[in-house]
Design a protein. Structure first.
Length: 382
């Protein structure tokens, strides 16, 4: 099966969302991720060749998926399944692909006819749709993501004794240091009045993920209820500012899930990561966006990336190099104006002059560039 498993990355939902975590979920098949990265393997035993499936069909939707045309890939798979409704492998592939692009109800309907070996697809879809009673019996606690879903689902239904038992099993199987597991135990400690333990557990969760809004909110509430009210109120204010940033990040990630071939989608993820302080991830996404960008898209992406390098790291030379490389690929006056401005702000007027000159060559009637160049030449002559 091409899309044999799911890579699940979820913020808490259900009861945890009451604590301030956004209701957000992203799922992507492992094999889909490999296809997007160009890491397909036609020798795998469950490939089209060994399964007796049409190589033409498989290569068609693989190619569409790999190039970012995910809706078209799903349409091709849907059409193929209509012709071969008994092909469970194809059906599971389609359901996994639908999950990857957040077509959750469609994925559940597609997976309905599959056998128990595909329970994970159904369990994931049921969980996302908050159909917890139906999800609980088919969640597999041997998988960390599903063990965490089980705890969330039981907590949302108020089955707290069962959630406690599931939490204990998850800790034994998967280790204690997971944000959602720590946050669940912290909430239970808070409910029991053990605020010191709640503060300790929420703090450990926040150390693992400083931008987890559930951990931040829970810690703030626990501190307010203890003798550290001002510290708690400050964290709750930080939580209030963080939530829209996390929501923007989630929205941007979903856009990439739907269409990973567009540079603007990756640039939006990078900008959201920058706002959250996830600077290494932001740098990677900006660079990916730059590689994907069409000529008209290139300057806006690189300008934002250069700004991040300066704002976050003070790396003027790195920013100028980015701008110069983009100019070499597709000349745009904005790139050289920004490079010149950065160099002027750094007191390097002689380096700014040739940048402004290049920009002016493209926009010879732009008075703002003329004025910048004149000022740079005057400063360089001193």
């Amino acid at each position: 099966m091409l899309f044999a498993g799911l890579v699940l990355a979820a913020w808490p939902s259900g009861a945890s969302a009451v604590q301030g975590a956004p209701l957000a979920f992203s799922a992507a098949p492992r094999a889909v991720a490999a296809i997007v990265a160009g890491q397909t393997d036609d020798t795998r035993p469950d490939s089209a060749h060994s399964a007796g499936r049409s190589t033409t069909d498989v290569s068609s939707w693989e190619a569409l998926w790999r190039t970012g045309h995910r809706r078209d890939a799903i349409a091709a798979m849907t059409q193929a399944l209509a012709a071969r409704p008994q092909d469970d492998e194809l059906r599971a592939d389609l359901a996994a692909a639908q999950l990857a692009v957040h077509q959750v109800e469609a994925a559940l309907a597609t997976a309905e006819a599959l056998g128990p070996e595909h329970d994970r697809l159904r369990a994931t879809a049921l969980y996302i749709l908050a159909r917890y009673d139906e999800a609980i019996p088919v969640l597999d606690e041997d998988a960390l993501d599903e063990a965490l879903m089980l705890i969330d689902a039981l907590e949302a239904l108020g089955r707290l004794d069962e959630a406690d038992a599931a939490s204990a099993r998850a800790g034994r199987r998967h280790g204690e240091e997971h944000v959602r597991l720590l946050c669940y135990r912290a909430r239970r400690a808070s409910q029991a009045g053990d605020l010191a333990l709640a503060v300790e557990l929420f703090t450990r969760a926040r150390d693992l993920d400083p931008v987890d809004v559930g951990a931040l909110y829970g810690l703030g509430r626990a501190l307010v209820r203890s003798d550290r009210r001002e510290e708690g109120l400050a964290l709750l204010e930080q939580h209030r500012r963080l939530v829209p940033l996390v929501d923007a990040y989630d929205f941007a990630r979903r856009a990439v899930d739907l269409d990973p071939s567009h540079a603007s989608n990756h640039a939006a993820v990078a900008a959201a990561e920058h706002a959250l302080g996830l600077l290494e991830a932001a740098d990677e996404h900006f660079r990916l966006a730059t590689r994907l960008a069409q000529p008209a898209e290139l300057a806006p992406v690189v300008l934002r990336h250069a700004r991040m390098l300066v704002d976050a790291h003070g790396d003027i030379d790195g920013a100028v190099t980015l701008l110069q490389d983009a100019w070499t690929r597709h000349p745009d006056a904005r790139l050289m104006v920004r490079a010149g401005d950065l160099l002027m702000n750094a007191g390097r007027a002689s380096d700014a002059v040739p940048r402004y000159e290049r920009a002016l060559a493209l926009r010879p009637t732009d008075n703002q560039i003329v004025q910048r160049l004149q000022r740079a030449r005057e400063d360089a002559a001193r």
